[in-house]
Design a protein around this ligand. Structure first.
Ligand SMILES: Cc1cc2nc3c(=O)[nH]c(=O)nc-3n(C[C@H](O)[C@H](O)[C@H](O)COP(=O)(O)O)c2cc1C
Length: 310
């Protein structure tokens, strides 16, 4: 029997056995999904965002379903970096999968504190910076929407760790190529895109916002065409490897991002519908490669044809 297609991808210093990861905030700390799939069959997963100290998050209602997606305002609930290192990461060592820690803070110093603690932790494949957080030193403006603040936080984290550094871009900007370049210039190894789009839902009977914090982050299939377009734009602007995220449910969705220039993808909201969604995406990519007679998934990366139609 011939070996299957080669699914391995390299994103700068980050090597993945296959290009499908589960996205931050939709996959807990990985351990919660052990009853549903073999973590070793994924390229990897990204943890829930970690902060210097544990956070309880926002009170409910903090999730609402929307047409083809959902809005959330979880408020970055997490166990804190120390508990992650003591109680979660050691249990993940048994699985051959890339564990990427998602990091956030309210100040540059908080980001740095978490990166320093994670640096050199056994079994950690990389760090992903969630820069879609309010910067308390700048009146609450989100780090990732201001290229100067973004450059500062990325440069500081770059100095704090030698782990592969992924910077996760916010889509809530006028021109994403500006923030993509700022992150690249400040030392990111990889860019992931995108985080959720800000939106709101209104309960018309009560004439009140549905979510306690009024707005929330929109995710799911509704955002996929927006995310693919942003990936394509960033591909033209920077040379760093990219990870595509947004509304991926099945293999064809992931392949859109690969063709647009991403080297890997993350599956988020779909995990709430099918906890093994990321695995199904990986298997579907293998089927696609076989059907198209391709020996390696790398043949798909950036292979979009935009010339005149035949
Ligand atoms: C409930 C929920 C929690 C999330 N928490 C985080 C987080 O802690 N850090 C982060 O960078 N992104 C977080 N995200 C964003 C996702 O990782 C992903 O970028 C986004 O949902 C778009 O992908 P999707 O459409 O496949 O869900 C969260 C998303 C959801 C739905």
């Amino acid at each position: 029997m011939s070996a299957g297609p080669d699914l391995g991808v390299e994103l700068g210093p980050l090597r993945l056995r296959n290009p499908v990861l589960a996205a931050s905030g939709t996959f807990g700390y990985g351990l919660e999904f052990l009853p549903f799939l073999d973590l070793g069959e994924l390229g990897g997963f990204v943890t829930k965002g970690l902060s210097p100290r544990p956070r309880r998050g926002n009170p409910p209602p903090r999730i609402v379903e929307t047409p083809a997606g959902m809005l959330n305002t979880i408020g970055l609930q997490n166990v804190g970096v120390d508990a992650f290192l003591a109680d979660k990461l050691p249990c993940l060592a048994a699985y051959r999968t890339a564990v990427i820690a998602n990091v956030f803070g309210e100040t540059v110093d908080e980001y740095v504190e978490v990166c320093r603690k994670l640096d050199g932790a056994p079994g950690l494949a990389g760090i992903e910076l969630n820069v879609s957080c309010p910067n308390v030193d700048a009146g609450g403006q989100v780090f990732g929407t201001d290229p100067i603040a973004l450059g500062r936080v990325v440069a500081a984290c770059r100095r704090a760790t030698s782990l592969p550094l992924v910077v996760k871009l916010s889509p809530n900007v006028t021109d994403i190529t500006v923030t993509a370049r700022a992150a690249a210039d400040a030392g990111a190894d990889v860019l992931s895109l995108v985080n959720t789009f800000v939106g709101m839902a209104i309960d018309v009977e009560r004439r009140r916002p549905v979510l306690t914090r009024v707005s929330g982050g929109l995710s799911g299939p509704a955002i996929r065409p927006l995310a693919v377009w942003l990936t394509w734009q960033v591909r033209q602007a920077v040379s760093l490897p990219l990870i595509g995220i947004g509304g991926i449910v099945e293999a064809a969705d992931a392949i859109e991002f690969l063709l647009a220039g991403a080297s890997a993808v993350q599956v988020g909201t779909a995990n709430f519908v099918h906890p093994d969604a990321a695995l199904a995406v990986r298997r579907g990519i293998e089927d696609y490669l076989r059907r198209h007679g391709l020996a390696s998934v790398r043949a798909l990366i950036g292979a979009l044809e935009t010339g005149a139609r035949a």
